[in-house]
Design a protein. Structure first.
Length: 319
C-alpha cells in the first residue's frame, strides 16, 4: 500500500504442493543458494520474440562454449523477493520495476527483453511452483533471480543470435553476516566500479565480476563491503558492491544521483518515496566522501541487503 506498492501473486498454481513449507532451518538461512524444485526458461531467436516459457526442474543448463554470455559477457540479471504473509498470501515487491529495468539494461547490452507482462507472469509462475520454499512470515523471503543471456553462438564480437531468459529462486535470510546489526564499510580508492559512458547503470553481470577483487581484499581485512567513489574526481560516493547508499544529516537524506554509473535501485526508489512521505527532504545529487564525517547516519539499500545500517566507514586509514 502507499508508495511501496505490492503486487499480489494471483495466478492459480498448477503444481501439486506436497506440504505447505519445506523443512529448513529457517532461523539460520543466511544468503546462499538453496536449490528449489523448479526454474523457468524461455528462449528468443533472431525475431526478438520470446517463446512461451516453461517450468523445468532446477538444474544445469546446456550452453555452447561459444555462447555470447560466456565469451563476451552479454548478460543481465535482476533480483526481487516474494514474502509470505501471516494470512498465507504471497506478496511480490514491485515486479513491474524489475521488468522495466531489465528492458532498459537489455537495450544497453543489445539484447531483446521479455515484455513486462511476460516477465511478471513468469515471476508469478516460478514463485507459485516453488511456493513451499517461501520462508514463514518474518523468517526471510524467496529471492527471485531472473537472468537474461546471449545463449547463441558467436566468435567475432557481435550480439548473440539467440537469447535465454531464466528465473530461479532461493529462500534467503540476511545478506550480511552481521544480520541486521550495522555493517562496516571501507571506501575504495584504487579500484572503481564504473565509468561515465560505461555500463554501471545497468545490471549487467560484468559489473559484479569487476568488484570481486576489491570486495575480497576488504573482507580479508574484516570489512563487510566496499564503498566506491566516482572514477573521474575520485571524491563522490557511488555505491557499495551490492547496494545503494544514503547519508542522513538532520532532516535531509542525500543519495548519489542516478547518472549512468550507479544502479537505479528499486529499494532505493522506494526509500526515497517513503522518506518524502514522512516529511524528510531528499536530495539526489553528488555526495562528497567528506560529508560522511559529518553525517548523523548512513544506510544502504538493495534487494538483497534490504535496508542495512552502516556502523563505520573507513577512508584513507581513518574510521
Ligand atoms: C541484489 O540486491 O539482489 C543484487 O542484485 C545484488 C547482488 C550482488 C546480491
Amino acid at each position: 500500500a502507499g508508495p511501496v506498492r505490492a503486487c499480489r501473486a494471483s495466478l492459480a498454481s498448477s503444481y501439486t504442493q506436497t506440504s505447505e513449507t519445506v523443512d529448513l532451518d529457517w532461523e539460520n538461512l543466511g544468503f546462499g543458494i538453496v536449490q528449489t524444485d523448479y526454474m523457468y526458461i524461455a528462449k528468443c531467436g533472431t525475431d526478438g520474440n520470446f517463446s512461451e516459457g516453461e517450468m523445468v526442474p532446477f538444474g544445469p543448463i546446456a550452453l555452447s562454449p561459444s555462447s555470447g554470455v560466456l565469451n563476451y559477457g552479454q548478460g543481465l540479471f535482476e533480483a526481487l523477493k516474494a514474502y509470505r504473509k501471516t494470512d498465507g498470501s504471497i506478496l511480490l515487491f514491485r515486479p513491474e520495476e524489475n521488468a522495466q529495468r531489465m528492458q532498459t539494461g537489455a537495450e544497453r547490452m543489445c539484447m531483446p527483453a521479455p515484455s513486462v507482462e511476460q516477465f511478471i507472469d513468469a515471476v508469478k509462475q516460478i514463485v507459485l511452483a516453488n511456493k513451499r520454499w517461501i520462508p514463514p512470515t518474518g523468517k526471510g523471503s524467496l529471492y527471485i533471480r531472473p537472468l537474461l543471456m546471449g545463449s547463441g553462438t558467436v566468435l567475432g564480437l557481435a550480439p548473440a543470435p539467440e537469447y535465454t531468459f531464466i528465473i530461479f529462486v532461493s529462500p534467503v535470510g540476511n545478506y550480511f553476516k552481521e544480520g541486521l546489526a550495522p555493517i562496516n564499510l571501507i571506501v575504495e580508492d584504487k579500484f572503481h566500479r564504473a565509468t561515465p559512458g560505461g555500463t554501471g547503470g545497468v545490471k549487467t553481470i560484468g559489473n559484479y565480476a569487476s568488484v570481486l577483487m576489491a570486495q575480497k581484499i576488504a573482507k580479508e581485512k574484516g570489512y563487510s563491503d566496499v564503498l566506491y567513489l566516482d572514477a573521474v574526481h575520485k571524491k563522490y560516493l557511488e555505491e557499495v558492491s551490492s547496494c545503494n547508499i544514503f547519508v542522513v544529516k538532520g532532516n535531509v537524506i542525500s543519495t548519489p544521483a542516478v547518472k549512468g554509473t550507479i544502479l537505479p535501485g528499486i529499494t532505493r526508489k522506494s526509500i526515497i518515496d517513503v522518506a518524502l512521505s514522512k516529511g524528510f527532504q531528499v536530495e539526489e545529487r553528488l555526495v562528497s566522501v567528506d560529508e560522511l564525517l559529518d553525517a548523523d547516519e548512513v544506510f544502504c539499500t538493495g534487494t538483497a541487503v534490504v535496508v542495512s545500517p552502516v556502523g563505520s566507514i573507513t577512508y584513507q586509514g581513518k574510521r
